[in-house]
Design a protein around this ligand. Structure first.
Ligand code: HEM
Ligand SMILES: [Cu+2]
Length: 568
């Protein structure tokens, strides 16, 4: 890296108060019609957090109802509606778009060192499709609600008189929103990498989103068409899934899980990508096994298509199919385990500092570890027959989806918050919130493993009194968890009003997003960024004047770090 370049970079970083993407234009139109990936990311962030709030309130109502073995305040019917909407909102409106559409949209071009995604208009269209899908969900609630469970299993979903058609249309529209995001990332990463940004210099978050995009593009059409078939069956009376009309309900399960198992990797891969970024930054050590982590994302994306039958072990599929699906399920957990070992090895002998994002990282590794390992009991044929459709499954998927995706999302939000909004939050309170969330989460969901292994079925409004103590524990845990989430929301919102101005690089990160100012200027980089190896920290040091980290002249220039010749 030449000296003259360094000085421009430093001058730029010091040049706060220039036009950033938030202040460069104002008025509602400048947001509603924006093509800036950063503003679209922020709009997505607000939208998905609103869904998370709605889904979260429903979760608390479900847990409150379960304080008592009999009826407390929800009828059985209302209870069915409540858990269906909770699951559908959390999955389709929150978890699937969360990391890619909000944090990814903001960060992909910045981390790649480019101005925007490949198709900015399609990016905006994706956001409005999300809004459209959300409106259909809202309409479904108003027009009679939904009581099928988020899985829409036939033949119940072909016969219930709740709003299956409206909700299916919502899922269909949301699917296009997800495909548009995936397509944009795939093309952006393939075609727009600037000089020097070779595949293996790409931050691992981008690798994870690349793998996620493959799934989004290949799997989502299947759920869309399944929804259309369901609509055709209900609206036109064509027998596809309902045995009474000559259809096959198990076919629906195949279609549904052919999407929905890969979809769990749409949720977890981006989360793993964020963890890879944070674990290296806060250990101040190059990530261990970069290529293994990168390739394992692709391996997960591909293998994830081969295991959907593990949701159907008791549906009457042939023993041979069940054995194949079980074996494949075990094989897909290998790349996940590879990542976990690499994160642990990165921390080993690193100089680990426990800022809030790192607290979330540790929380993720622990919770995802439990979630993944309990998946093995479900993937094994003998044990799954006992555990299927019990609270054990509920606990498993909350450990992976909430302990995994949500925790990584929160970690990423705290990691990139100073970059996105230019403000630092109260570090101590944010850490306390993280701790409360961790304790509350385990108190909520750990008892559910015990409940499930003792035979408490999922989706029941009433239960035997012997289960009450575990349910009560779980409900109190949920209240604690909710309190922790509200605290972290309060800490972040407070920073917008009162927070200290964020430096360009508050954590000492080494990827490109830390080289532009906080918040980034409209076009991200005023000079073409020089791309070097990511995850090298020798030349990044804390500067008390800046209140953050700055690049210093390297002691001995490393020939490997030189920018590659321009080639496209
Ligand atoms: C080591 C990795 C994993 C393994 C071996 C595994 C295995 C399984 C199995 C066998 C089931 C079916 C259980 C049954 O219904 O009887 C299941 C359910 C489920 N898993 Fe996993 N899983 C893994 C990771 C994940 C991840 C990363 C996510 C999400 C981010 C996830 C989300 C779910 C969901 C949502 C369900 C149940 C859906 C429902 O029935 O409502 N799993 N898992
Ligand atoms: Cu699965």
């Amino acid at each position: 890296m030449s000296e003259s370049h360094l000085s421009t970079a430093t001058a730029h970083v010091h040049g706060h108060g220039e036009e950033d993407y938030l202040s460069c234009s104002s008025g509602w139109k400048s947001w509603a019609f924006t093509l800036d990936h950063k503003r679209i990311g922020v709009m997505y962030l607000v939208a998905i957090l609103a869904s998370f709030l709605a889904g979260g309130i429903m979760a608390l109502l479900i847990r409150l109802e379960l304080l008592l073995p009999g009826k407390f305040f929800l009828s059985e019917d209302q209870y069915n509606h409540m858990f269906t909407l909770h699951g559908a909102i959390m999955t389709f409106l929150f978890l699937i778009p969360s990391i890619p559409a909000a944090l990814g949209n903001f960060m992909v071009p910045v981390m790649l060192g480019v101005k925007d995604v490949a198709f900015p208009r399609m990016n905006l269209a994706s956001f409005y499709l999300w809004i459209g899908g959300a409106i259909f969900f809202l309409a479904a609630v108003i027009l009679g609600g939904l009581d099928t469970g988020w899985t829409f299993y036939t033949p119940y979903s072909t016969t219930t008189n709740t709003s299956v058609i409206t909700a299916s249309l919502g899922v269909f529209i949301l699917g296009f929103s997800s495909i548009f995001t995936g397509l944009n990332f795939l093309v952006t990463i393939n075609m727009m990498r600037p000089a020097g940004m070779t595949w293996f210099r790409m931050p691992l978050f981008l690798w994870s989103l690349y793998a996620t995009s493959i799934i989004q593009i290949l799997a989502t059409p299947v759920i869309g068409i399944t929804g259309l078939l369901l609509i055709a069956e209900r609206a036109l009376g064509i027998g596809i899934f309902d045995p009474a009309r000559g259809g096959d309900p198990v076919l629906f399960q195949h279609f549904f899980w052919f999407y929905s198992h890969p979809a769990v990797y749409i949720m977890i891969l981006p989360a793993m990508g964020i963890i890879s970024e944070m674990v290296s930054t806060f250990s101040r050590k190059p990530i261990f096994g970069y290529r293994f982590i990168a390739y394992s994302s692709i391996a997960i994306a591909l293998l994830g298509f081969l295991v959907w039958g593990h949701h159907m072990f008791v549906s009457g599929q042939s023993p041979l199919a069940a054995m194949m699906f079980s074996a494949l399920t075990f094989s897909v957990s290998i790349p996940s385990a590879i990542k976990v070992f690499n994160w642990l090895s990165t921390m080993y002998k690193g100089s680990v500092s426990l800022e809030t994002p790192m607290c979330y990282t540790l929380s993720f590794i622990f919770l995802f570890g439990i979630g993944g390992l309990t998946g093995l009991f479900l993937g094994a044929l003998a044990t799954d027959v006992h555990l299927h459709d019990t609270y054990f499954v509920v606990a498993h998927f909350h450990y992976v989806m909430m302990g995994g995706t949500l925790i990584a999302f929160l970690g990423g939000l705290h990691y990139w918050w100073p970059k996105m909004f230019g403000k630092m939050y109260n570090e101590n309170l944010a850490r306390i919130a993280c701790l409360i969330i961790f304790v509350g989460f385990n108190a909520t969901f750990f008892p559910q493993f015990i409940l499930g292994s003792r035979g408490m079925p999922r989706r029941y409004a009433k239960y035997d009194p012997e289960f009450q103590i575990f349910h009560q524990f779980s409900t109190f845990g949920a209240l604690l968890l909710g309190a922790g989430l509200f605290l972290s929301a309060g800490v972040l919102l407070h920073s917008l009003l009162r927070g200290r101005r964020a430096p360009a690089n508050p954590w000492g990160g080494s990827t490109l997003e830390w080289k532009c100012s906080s918040p980034p200027p409209h076009h991200n980089f005023d000079w073409p960024p020089v791309v070097t190896e990511p995850y090298h920290y020798d030349h990044i040091q804390y500067d008390p004047k800046e209140g953050g980290y700055v690049e210093v002249e390297e002691v001995a220039p490393d020939p490997d770090d030189a920018p590659l010749p321009v080639k496209h």
